[in-house]
Design a protein. Sequence first.
Length: 511
Amino acid sequence: MDKVALLELGLTSIRLTLCMVKDGAYYTTYKQISEQIAIDEHIANDSLINSTKIKECVTILQMYKKICESEGVSRYLAVACETLTWAKNYQSFVDECGTAIGLDFKILTSQDEVNAIYTAVTNTLDTPKGIIVNITGNSVRVIHYNRRIVLDSATFDLGSSSLFRKVGEDGDVVTKGIEFFRDQLTKKAPFLATLDPEATIVGVGDVFTSYGRLARKISKSGLEMEHNYTTDSDMFNRVFEFLKTLDPEKRQKLKGISDQPVSNILAGLAIISAILEYTRVQNIVVGKSYRNVGLMFNYALPHTLERPIADILGFSLDSVIDTVGLNKKLSEQMYQVGLMLFKQLKVLHKLPRGYAKVLRIAAHLYQIGRKLNAINPERGNFHAIMLSPIMGCTHKDIVLAAFVASVKRWEDFDLAQWLRYKDIMTEDDLDAVRKLSNILAISEALNIRNQEIVKDISCDILGDSVILKLITETDTKNIKVDPYAAYIEIYYAKKYCGEFNKSFKKNLEIL
């Protein structure tokens, strides 16, 4: 495991991302720092970065370097964003910054930026087709893709901090901003006019993060997860109208939304509004995968330069398991036994196939609570799963998995906690949680020695009884059954027979 630092020198901020990297396998971010520098405001008049601003940037970078050294960073990546080239003296600025900390900054091209954003999104979100929209203070990038293949892209030299300056900051700047950007779309991105309305806008950047936070506040959602927050154009219009109707003083008092000026958020929403009108797309997904995520994916997993990760959920679960230090073999066996039971009991539980993904998450992270409290690990499971960077699934899947892993007996179920998510849950979901939690409790018991004793399971349903037959050894010719091979597993699994009867309305016998 190596510690790698990514330094990004941008037009509005300087960001440091510290990661633990296991080459060819995964990486995980453990610290991120960003300082606002607002170079864009200084080059607006004469296109030069003045000496005072250069000194400020050098000081920040030198502090970052000291932090890296104290963290034991072994490798560095240093990039300068493409928008810096708007300054006439950008090359001397980048060179001076690099010399000050002993690193060479690579100046990204517009295509480099597009590739990094695309890589970040396709490796962290399971959204098969749509347009990626990345809004920064001084640029907008739109990437049209389908089945993980980039079809078209366009870059606009304006953003959330420059749009209103572009159209003139008097009169109805919001309406003027929407009209101006819609004209830009017609000129530079005509491919969006024929976009399938069923496609999805995947929004990345601070503007979309702020929009997601406002949307959850307005809808009083119990969910606090930001990455992969799913919404639609109706909710967007509610948020947009809410922000437009506030007077300037009240706008500045919105807390817990963003460090950006609210005028920037409003300008960013005007850009999104123009895109929604132009494309007629209804679905929006908010992503937290920025350029730095894509750059780190390409560095830690070079194959992502050619093709995205095929199993996003599996990749993210493996990353969590490895980072936290869970027993990967035990996690996988827990899932395999749970999946056997899920399939064998299908005629009883009657749960749709989609719940298998919930089972997969809960089973793989079932041990995580023991890292916090070995006496009552299930309670820790809930919060740990909710806070884990799980990707390739919906927020609802994560919440359901957290509940499934949080209880072994239904008498311990936290109904008050469940009611926090009543807007996205149904009675069928509650029934599914009860059945899946019982399946996982039995699965844990059937692997209590962590020796993969149970190779397969067969199930007979006879009237009011369910008979589970454990297969402990197999060869190429015959299935061998040793009635004593799994006596310890059977002893502990039988502790959940009463709960099984309450969940499935059948008596359980294990042989």
